[in-house]
Design a binder for this molecule. Structure first.
Ligand code: E4P
Length: 215
């Protein structure tokens, strides 16, 4: 299973990269808007830190505009993946970009039908937004399960990238289902290592050893 970080914050990306478990990055316009560095410049910096896939999102909503933006973004670095919204024009753009060998990430996916279409169009990644489904009392993880099963049934090569992750159990459930990638906020990566029994056990080992040395 691959771990991506879902942020446009360079410090968070550098810190996650130092943990040694970071395989890639996903950004989106809302995340980019939180940063002061212009988006293109920021993407260039991110690609210097991370050699794995770095998703950069287009803002256009028509086929020609999306393809134009995608081609510009793809020039930033070889590891840029173009995030395309899962709408009809986006589907056409995925098809065009796939034919031009530009990697794509179909974003804002909320149904199995959308996932089937983007796989047929040749998307490199499909991003089901599970937290946003959970937010409206619908199981995001059921959608991941359906997509993984469908892709397995038809041997689609599109990788399932679980997005809109809110907490560690999302990561565990995605791993049990067999999703290819999970992208998560910096905070969630930090939460994955935490266990109170580890902290209590470590404290005891150290204090027992110190006591024995004193005696
Ligand atoms: C993924 O590519 C998106 O950037 C992200 O996961 C959206 O998450 P949110 O629903 O927490 O905004």
């Amino acid at each position: 299973m691959k771990f991506f970080i879902d942020t446009a914050n360079l410090e968070e990306i550098k810190s996650a990269a130092q943990m040694g478990v970071l395989d890639g990055v996903t950004t989106n316009p809302s995340l980019a808007a939180k940063e002061t560095t212009p988006y293109r410049e920021l993407l260039g910096e991110i690609c210097k830190v991370v050699s794995g896939p770095v998703s950069a999102e287009v803002l256009a909503t028509d086929h020609d505009g999306m393809v134009r933006e995608a081609e510009e973004l793809a020039k930033i670095a070889d590891n840029i993946v173009i995030k395309i919204p899962t709408i009809l024009e986006g589907l056409k753009a995925i098809k065009t970009l796939t034919a031009r060998r530009i990697a794509t990430n179909a974003t804002l996916v909320f149904s199995p039908t959308q996932a089937i279409l983007v796989a047929k169009a040749g998307a490199t990644y499909v991003s089901p937004f599970i937290g946003r489904l959970d937010d409206i009392s619908t199981s995001g993880m059921d959608l991941v399960d359906q997509i993984v099963t469908i892709y397995h049934n038809y041997i689609f090569e599109t990788q399932v990238l679980v997005a809109s992750v809110r907490h560690p159990m999302h990561v565990v459930e995605a791993a049990l289902i067999g999703a290819d990638v999970v992208t998560m906020p910096y905070k969630v990566i930090g939460q994955l290592i935490k266990h109170p029994l580890t902290d209590i056990g470590l404290e005891k080992f150290i204090s027992d050893f110190k006591k024995a040395q004193r005696g």
